[in-house]
Design a protein around this ligand. Structure first.
Ligand SMILES: [Zn+2]
Length: 50
């Protein structure tokens, strides 16, 4: 409940975070857009290695 209220009033500060998965993808990494203040996940995208 407190978390929910926190998120509601949070001025989100999104950072790009790379989550480490058990199965490492050799072709790229999944990057998550996460608020460092409340932990809200805005979305994710796949970053391919070149
Ligand atoms: Zn937030």
């Amino acid at each position: 409940m407190i978390r929910w209220i926190k998120r509601l009033f949070c001025k989100h500060d999104y950072q790009l975070l790379k989550k480490v998965s058990k199965f490492q993808n050799l072709r790229g990494d999944r990057i998550y857009i996460i608020c460092t203040k409340c932990g809200h996940e805005q979305g994710s995208y796949f970053s391919e290695h070149f």
